[in-house]
Structure formats: C-alpha cells, structure tokens
Design a protein around this ligand. Structure first.
Ligand SMILES: [Zn+2]
Length: 381
C-alpha cells in the first residue's frame, strides 16, 4: 500500500513521512479515525514506507523487494492482529491470514461488518482473545527476518477487552526495532492503559469532495450518481462501496413502501416488513438504509424550510421529498429524524433488528398518523 493510493489525508501523510525523515518514529502509535476513513490503509502505508529500501521524497518506491512483499501483505516481518471468531481450529487471528490478505487488498477501507462477512461466522461476536494477545507477544519476541523494523498492526483494539492488559508491557518496552501500530475507530472503547502508552495519530472523516473524486475517477461512477452516493456515505468509503454494488438506489423503494405502511397505520404490513424485509438486509445494509432514510428526512426538512436550492436530489427522489415536505410539520419531521438517528446507533450496538424495527415503526406511526397537522392530507395513500 503506497500513500498515493489512499484518498485524501495529505496532512497526515506528510506528518508520518516526516517522522521517518527526522528519525523520530514512535514505537507505539494509535491511528484513530472513523470507519471507512482509511486509517488502516494509512498504517499499512506507513509501515511499508518505513521498511522501503528505496524511499522516494513522499512515498515508498512500490518496487523494491520489501515493497513487493508489503503490497501482498506477505512480508515475514509484518504481522496483523484483528477481531476473529476463535474456535479449536482457529485459535488465533493468523488462522484467518489468507482471508485477511484477500479482504484488505480488495478493500483497504473495510469495516468490521464487511470483515465479519468474509469470516462467515454467523452472528458470533468477533473478538481479540487472550490466546491472540499471547500470540502477539510471541511474534514480536522473534528477531526480524529481513526488515529494519518488525511491525505489528493491530486493527480495532476496541475488541481486546481486558486481554489488552497482557500487551501493556510490550507496548511500553517493545523489543528493539519493533513498531506497534494500533488502528482504532472509537477511542472511548479502548483501555485507557493502552491509550496512555501510545502516540496518537488523528485521522479525520473524509470530506465529500474526496469521496466524490474517488467514485468518479477511480470507480468510474457517473457524476450525478457519485454525488448521491458520496452524500449518503458521508465520508465512509466502505459505505460508498456498498452502495456502488447496487445499480440504482435500492433503498428508495424500500423507504417509500415502509413509510406508506406507517402513515396509513397498516399494522399487518408493518409486521411483515419488520419480520422479513429488514432482517433480510443484513446489518451492514440496515445501517446504510437508515443513513439513507436520515438523509432523505434532512432533505425533506430543507425543502420544507424553503431551501430547495440545497436539496441534492433529482427525479423521483426529489418529487417524493417535495410531496412529503408539503404534508408534515417541521416538528414531526425533526422527531422522525431523531428517532432514525437513535435507531442507527442501536443497530451499531447489535440490537435485535426485528424488535428494533417494529418498535421504530410504531413510534413513527405515532409521529405521523396520530399527530394532527392542520395543513391537510397525507401524501402517501
Ligand atoms: Zn520500496
């Protein structure tokens, strides 16, 4: 992974390169950035740069023997740790090394949900267990085979739980020429003892225009569709990639159907929706659907407030937004948006989708059907 292949983050790249040029590479660093921001990709590119035998001014060469092995993630002094499903056959993370290499090379912006799908472990909870913590210690106690620096990249230390304490001594006093790069999405969920022993590399959310350029130039998506995807993905490249997989927006019809049952208080249809249609989406797409719904409601609010020029939609989506905005009050729309935001948060926290969506649907019925709105008729009949 070279820096040039990672979207945006110029300042972070320059900072990382300078730490090498100025010979002040800290042995334990925490790459903290939101999901789909490229934090993992940056850590890999940094490690590759450090070990490149022929460094360029602003990047690794991409051609030397070290770079070659790094690009395939097969360098003997590059180690990974990540959440996985432990079993008798798969006691440590490296049991899944082949899947890991394939998954990262195909998509360096991967989310945990995406990775879990590669692991095919059903609904089991992926974790980094104590056996894995010991395996990390063992790997790093070995002498480097051929590189200057032995590197361990630990993806999502939030899943270490209390096992992380086994690693503290290693993080504090690592063997010589050893680099410990932790890549996290959520600082609140990492052990404080780990945070206090690492140097922070803060990575921001990608701006819309960076994601838009990626979609049009690297993925060949036509500009109108790319604008829409970048807007829904909101800086998360993994979310954008999920949306590309569908030729057209699959969520529009789902949203219309759902809202139709809600505003007509059609109980049986709502139950059917929550029992079958939503669970079928899988968790990753449930979240994407909710993001889509939240964004649509924000557009409806803009339209209702007379800010039509800020509404970024076209065609039937725009038509829907216009009609919906004419029939509900600002208070109703705001309440619905808040509710959807809370729901998105709960899906992320692994709530049971059937119960969750049924509960949300009924609350939306209360918001839309049974609150009076003087200006008249409902849009969806
Ligand atoms: Zn190189």
């Amino acid at each position: 992974m070279q820096f040039k292949n990672i979207i945006g983050h110029q300042q972070v790249k320059t900072h990382l390169i300078n730490t090498v040029k100025e010979n002040r590479v800290s042995h334990a660093q925490l790459f903290l950035g939101p999901q789909g921001s490229g934090n993992l990709a940056l850590a890999v590119a940094y490690a590759q740069y450090i070990n490149c035998e022929n460094k360029l001014e602003n990047d690794s060469c991409g051609q030397c023997s070290s770079c070659n092995k790094y690009q395939k993630l097969i360098h003997p002094d590059l180690h990974f740790s990540y959440p996985f499903f432990a079993s008798k056959e798969t006691p440590v993370a490296s049991s899944y090394l082949e899947q890991w290499r394939k998954c990262f090379i195909a998509n360096p912006y991967l989310s945990l949900d995406h990775w879990r799908e590669h692991l095919d472990g059903g609904n089991k909870q992926a974790n980094i267990n104590i056996a894995e913590a010991h395996d990390i210690i063992k790997k790093l106690s070995l002498k480097a085979f051929e590189a200057d620096y032995k590197v361990l990249i630990l993806w999502l230390p939030e899943y270490l739980d209390i096992q992380g304490n086994a690693l503290l001594k290693l993080i504090e006093e690592p063997p010589e020429k050893t680099l410990f790069l932790l890549v996290s999405e959520n600082q609140d969920r990492i052990l404080n003892t780990i945070i206090s022993r690492t140097q922070l590399v803060k990575i921001g959310k990608l701006p819309h225009n960076e994601v838009l350029t990626f979609l049009t130039e690297q993925k060949g998506i036509p500009a109108p569709r790319a604008t829409e995807i970048a807007f829904i993905a909101d800086g998360n490249v993994q979310a954008a990639l999920n949306l590309i997989e569908h030729d057209e927006n699959p969520f529009f019809n789902l949203l219309i159907g759902w809202l139709r049952f809600i505003v007509t208080d059609s109980g049986l249809n709502i139950i059917q929706f929550c029992d079958a249609d939503f669970p079928k989406l899988g968790r990753e797409n449930q979240k994407n659907f909710l993001l889509y719904a939240i964004n649509m409601f924000r557009q409806i609010i803009l339209m209702q407030q007379g800010l039509e020029q800020l509404v970024l939609l076209q065609g039937e989506e725009q038509e829907f937004v216009r009609k919906f905005s004419e029939n509900y009050t600002l208070a109703q729309l705001r309440e619905a948006t808040n509710l959807l935001e809370q729901t998105h948060y709960k899906v992320e926290r692994n709530a049971n989708p059937k119960i969750l969506f049924l509960d949300v649907s009924l609350q939306l019925v209360l918001i839309f059907k049974y609150q009076t709105f003087p200006q008249g008729t409902q849009y969806i009949k």
